[in-house]
Ligand binder design. Sequence first.
Ligand code: FAD
Length: 394
Amino acid sequence: MDHETTALQIEVGQDYPEIRESVRRVCADFPGAYWRKLEEQEAYPTAFVRALTEAGYLGALIPENYGGSGMPLRAAAVILEEIHASGCNAGACHAQMYTMGTVLRHGSEAQKQRYLPQIASGELRLQAFGVTEPTTGSDTTRLKTRAVRDGDSYVVNGQKVWTSRALHSDLLLLLARTTPLDEVKKKSEGLSVFLVDIRNARGKGLDIRPLKAMINHNATEVFFDNLRIPADSLIGQEGRGFKYILDGMNAERILVSAEAIGDARWFTKTSAAYVNERRVFDRPIGQNQGVQFPIARAHAETEAADLVLRRAAARFAAGLPCGDDANMGKLLASEAAWHAAEACMQSHGGFGFAREYDVERKWRETRLFQIAPISTNMVLSYIAEHMLGLPRSY
Ligand SMILES: Cc1cc2nc3c(=O)[nH]c(=O)nc-3n(C[C@H](O)[C@H](O)[C@H](O)COP(=O)(O)OP(=O)(O)OC[C@H]3O[C@@H](n4cnc5c(N)ncnc54)[C@H](O)[C@@H]3O)c2cc1C
């Protein structure tokens, strides 16, 4: 357990007020009806993503010398929180913000010059991140997709599942095994990261198929059948890919948790407005403690989760280890959002099921945070093992 004291500064309340205000203005053009129509058509929110790109938000974390705005992680979290608190969903494009982190931290200067400015401007979409596989799931280091060096190329074979947005992305960050499992000392070794140019690869060994899912997340299955990619698609050193991916995961957890916080705030605001207005038995339903208390409890949980996440972002910014807070924050935020969603659904009665209220859409969307990008049990295992010194359970 960490008993050290570190002086860190975190802002409380509405930090980055100008960013919050301008995100809200962009989101005002994309009301619930926009998202409902997309769902019906299983379509990608192209206009929304374009608006965020033009506002510069998706290049927020790319340093200024590569064409981005070089903002701290907390500012990016605020952008995502406000998108979700406005009733929108950043799941269609949040990867453009942070998947490039692997290239930024571990790519060569040539790769950074080649990709980052175009990712910052939105000309190149790096929206897809292929880790999860159908047979190995959370046991990432046992993944079976293989990349074998052959002269100036790697030849890739295997399959990914739940790869979000692959049909709306130019590039795919791929984790594949380059050294067989039985030839490495530790199972986390021998995995490598590649930046695959989807535009060149489709139809030449790369096949992408949409996956029908509970929410409109543009999920796909990705199949590699003797796909030949240039050797310079490799990011960093061969065999060290798992470490590179882990480096980005804390940032991803903090950012995705900010979306959960935003959802929680949307649910609580929506609940409060509805229960004040809806009258049954001659009084607003919000006057009943049975209706009030779940909403109030979820609000308190949201505030607590938000504080842990602010600490995580402050530690990240200070270059301190932030895995403990990023994991705890992810657990607390995903559960706070779910409790706020349940309170909102329940207090809307039958109207919670009516599509036009958006409660059922947001309720389905926010459920994801307990599963992806990492499921609750995996976070609890982390806390038990790494923070409390309990035996490793898997
Ligand atoms: C909409 C959506 C979008 C996604 N986008 C992406 C993406 O873009 N890229 C990508 O790579 N992946 C993506 N994923 C995949 C996601 O990261 C995985 O679904 C998630 O990590 C869980 O893996 P799994 O589905 O294989 O579950 P499994 O690993 O099969 O686990 C199933 C359940 O068992 C529990 N469990 C498993 N092992 C243990 C254990 N040892 N102890 C306790 N509990 C355990 C898990 O916690 C979970 O609740 C997405 C998933 C969804 C649903």
